[in-house]
Design a protein around this ligand. Structure first.
Ligand SMILES: C[S@@+](CC[C@H](N)C(=O)[O-])C[C@H]1O[C@@H](n2cnc3c(N)ncnc32)[C@H](O)[C@@H]1O
Length: 293
């Protein structure tokens, strides 16, 4: 069965990211499999979308899926902060970010995002990136590893987990995601092991964020998005965890204070009960939208 990433809060995103009539341009900073882009291209016949993604494999899926839209879709293989830094000012009517990774990464990429499939510990979105998850797990000092797990995973057992990893890798370096998940599970208290989420979930999130520099890219990208949006253009950001959401929320608040944007979502928009029932992973999503003034 092919699991396709479900475009989160698609109705709300369409409603808030107003595209003016006539020839217009949107930048989808996280195209993924092209769910949101496909919706926008279908709804706006004169719209062109510049679709960014740093992952070559998922980009190939988007290109195939969006082929019916012909030259209205322009795929670009790039980190979004890098692309936006060199894009023309005042050139986009709308900019969308749907942060994080896609269901594809867990279910199909084979790069160790999932701890169930016994995949190699890689987690790079950029296949040529210098740092893999195995490099972090086998190469960071115990304290630095604990810090990463605590900071990016908000994992309260970060020190115990880092200690268990350091002990096990002295015997044999980690290669597979399933081995790492087992060591993590055996390092945490029994109660935690039988909790709502797998005990390795937070550590895996932390590793992914560290490997891809995910959080460090958000603020510079938002600043550039603001420059690249035209006056009256809108910027929408969907986040999936509080670390991301905090960065977006405070950035927009500061920018509003400086008179550069108007916040259109005083409280973040969250998925409806129906959407959560249909697509459980959407439950932690938050949408924030601003308009450039
Ligand atoms: C949650 S998915 C987006 C799904 C998409 N909105 C859809 O409807 O199919 C996020 C995508 O952004 C990509 N990505 C994450 N961070 C990125 C970054 N800093 N620069 C470029 N692409 C990034 C990931 O590879 C992934 O494909």
């Amino acid at each position: 069965m092919e699991i396709r990433h479900y475009p989160v809060m698609h109705k709300e995103v369409l409603e808030y990211l107003l595209i003016p009539p006539g020839k217009s341009c949107m930048i989808d900073c996280t195209t993924g499999e092209g769910g949101h882009t496909s919706l926008f291209l279908s709804n706006y016949p004169d719209l062109e979308v510049i679709g960014l993604d740093r992952d070559r494999d998922i980009q190939a899926k988007a290109i195939e899926r969006l082929a019916p839209f012909g030259s209205r879709f322009h795929p670009v293989l790039s980190w979004f902060d890098d692309y936006l830094a060199q894009a023309d000012a005042d050139s986009a009517d709308a900019v969308l970010f749907d942060l994080g990774i896609s269901m594809f990464h867990y279910a199909e990429s084979g790069r160790g995002f999932s701890f169930r499939n016994g995949e190699r510990l890689d987690m790079r979105l950029d296949a040529d990136g210098a740092l893999s998850a195995a490099d972090v797990v086998n190469g960071y000092g115990e304290e630095a590893l604990a810090d990463v797990i605590y900071r990016y995973g908000e994992e309260r057992y970060s020190r115990r987990i880092a200690r268990a990893i350091a002990e096990r890798r002295r015997e044999k370096p980690f290669e597979l995601s399933s081995d790492l998940a087992e060591v993590i599970a055996s390092a945490v208290p029994g109660q935690y092991r039988h909790g709502r989420i797998h005990p390795a979930t937070r550590t895996f999130q932390a590793l992914r964020i560290e490997v891809n520099g995910e959080l460090d890219r958000i603020k510079p990208a938002l600043r550039e998005a603001e420059r690249v949006a035209r006056k009256g253009g809108r910027i929408a950001v969907i986040t999936f965890h509080s670390l991301e959401d905090r960065i977006v929320k405070w950035f927009f608040k500061d920018e509003e204070k400086e008179g550069r944007v108007r916040i259109l979502t005083k409280k973040p928009i969250v998925p409806s009960d129906e959407e959560i029932a249909e697509n459980a992973p959407s439950r932690s999503a938050k949408l924030r939208v601003v308009e450039k003034v």
